[in-house]
Design a protein around this ligand. Structure first.
Ligand code: FA5
Ligand code: MG
Length: 442
């Protein structure tokens, strides 16, 4: 067993991102638990001692789903982020990038503007997040180790793609969806369990096809795909230039279950190729399933934090959640500026070593998953945790038990931490690691 995470992609070994229903956080849930009134938080989890008012607000945002439900793996720390909507906060770097991209697509074809959605609820049925996008039933992205489930059939969207089929079905031809997405993942400066994505979809109307000398009924599949692909690439290259200026770019073949063909766009940034987005021609089976016959179209999805970190020189993904004035005062609406770190406080490292299964459990029966440890650490340390990494692992030659040692780096972005404070956090981490993960400390 290894704590090394697969690369982020939709290929067999890896993970997927998301979609959701075309409903806002405030709309009445079209799906939801039958009785949502009698299930108050029992307070058995960390940090769940909030006031009744907070509790009721949170439950609204979660559409009445109950964190104490045994099918639920959403922690209070994660639940507290739902509804924050960093992408809607004026002057926030994520908002600025969103606006630049929306402007770009609105003027891409002035007579055919993109409809922009930015307040669709992140609470979506698995059907929309996975099935409707042709993500196979056994795909790893569906596992509870990778995805936040409120109930077995309801998740916090893992990508904005979760809204594709709902909007396509409603008949819209061009749309953008921006929103918060959720993935259980490793902890370091570029990974955070909540981040923001932007999705774009363009379907070609009969008239647009006619102008290009094509027809939905008479042109071959290959001709329609070629047409959509050329438009996709030209449009996205223009978008990358709107963000980065005149950069070198390249297209890399990718795999997504919901597009065919699929690509990633990379740009050369400070000497290194950087993945900017995933995209492709909307899969013909999806187009048919949403009742649009053979209408061709394309889709893309990008991560706003990754773009903002590069464009604004923001060194740590936790900073987007900072409430520090020294962070926010540096930004102006609509402007890309370089961030000046206001201080760098010293990190503090603490190691935790354990056998991945209890002494009486066969090593092969161990269900330890590093994402479970990351969750415990995040729940205890919050944004004081900068990074968690596996620094040693071995198999005991006699017992066959697996030992892991993880190093936790604690560092505040706003102040110095005291030894007592860190020791108390680490002690809590050790306690909960045993309680929740069933491992044996060494
Ligand atoms: C997707 O999420 C697809 N839904 C994108 C897509 C849409 C493809 C439409 C085709 C058509 P992926 O998992 O690669 O793909 O994520 C897309 C982007 O999200 C990445 O390029 C990256 O910028 C960002 N991203 C992924 N994981 C994280 C993370 N843990 N933290 C921050 N950003 C992330
Ligand atoms: Mg990717």
């Amino acid at each position: 067993m290894s704590a090394v995470r697969p690369v982020e992609s939709f290929e067999n070994t890896s993970r997927v991102a998301t979609i959701s229903t075309a409903r806002t956080c405030t709309a009445a849930p079209a799906f939801g638990p039958q009785s949502s009134t009698s299930t108050l938080c029992a307070g058995t989890r960390l940090f769940s001692s909030s006031s009744a008012a907070d509790e009721s607000e949170r439950r609204d945002k979660l559409m009445g789903y109950n964190l104490e439900d045994e099918q639920c793996n959403v922690t209070p720390t994660i639940a507290a982020r739902v509804g924050t909507n960093l992408h809607l906060q004026p002057k926030h770097p994520l908002n600025t990038i969103k606006n630049i991209i929306e402007e770009y697509w609105k003027s891409y074809e002035a007579n055919a503007p993109f409809e922009a959605h930015d307040d669709l609820s992140p609470v979506v049925p698995t059907n929309l997040n996975f099935d409707s996008l042709l993500i196979p039933p056994d795909h790893v992205s569906r596992s509870k180790s990778d995805t936040y489930y409120l109930r077995d059939e309801v998740v916090l969207r893992t990508h904005t793609s979760a809204h594709q089929t709902t909007l396509l079905r409603s008949g819209v031809d061009r749309f953008l969806v921006t929103g918060d997405v959720y993935r259980r993942d490793e902890i370091d400066s570029s990974h955070y369990p909540v981040f923001h994505q932007m999705e774009g979809v363009r379907m070609f109307t009969d008239e647009e096809l006619r102008e290009a000398g094509l027809s939905k009924t008479e042109s071959s599949e290959a001709e329609l795909v070629k047409f959509a692909e050329a438009d996709l690439k030209a449009g996205l290259e223009g978008m990358a230039r709107a963000l980065f200026g005149n950069v070198e770019m390249r297209w890399v073949d990718e795999y997504f279950p919901f597009t065919d063909p699929s690509y990633e766009l990379e740009i050369l940034f400070e000497g290194e190729w950087m993945e900017v987005l995933g995209c492709g021609v909307v899969h013909r089976n999806i187009v048919q399933d949403v009742g649009r016959g053979r209408q061709p179209g394309w889709a893309f999805g990008l991560g706003l934090e990754r773009l903002a970190m590069v464009l604004f020189d923001i060194p740590d993904i936790r900073l987007f959640w900072s409430q520090d004035e020294r962070f926010h005062s540096q930004f102006e609406s609509g402007k890309i500026v370089k961030f000046t770190p206001y201080s760098k406080y010293p990190p503090c490292f603490k190691d935790i070593s354990f056998w991945c299964s209890g002494a009486d459990i066969k090593p092969t029966d161990s269900s330890f998953h590093p994402n479970d440890l990351y969750e415990v650490v995040r729940d205890v340390g919050g944004d004081l945790v900068e990074k968690v990494e596996l620094i040693d692992d071995f198999i005991h030659p006699k017992t066959g038990r697996i030992s892991n040692c993880f190093r936790i780096s604690y560092r505040s972005m706003d102040r110095s931490l005291t030894n007592e404070e860190i020791d108390a956090l680490q002690e809590k981490v050790r306690e909960l690691t045993v309680d929740k993960l069933g491992v044996e400390l060494r």
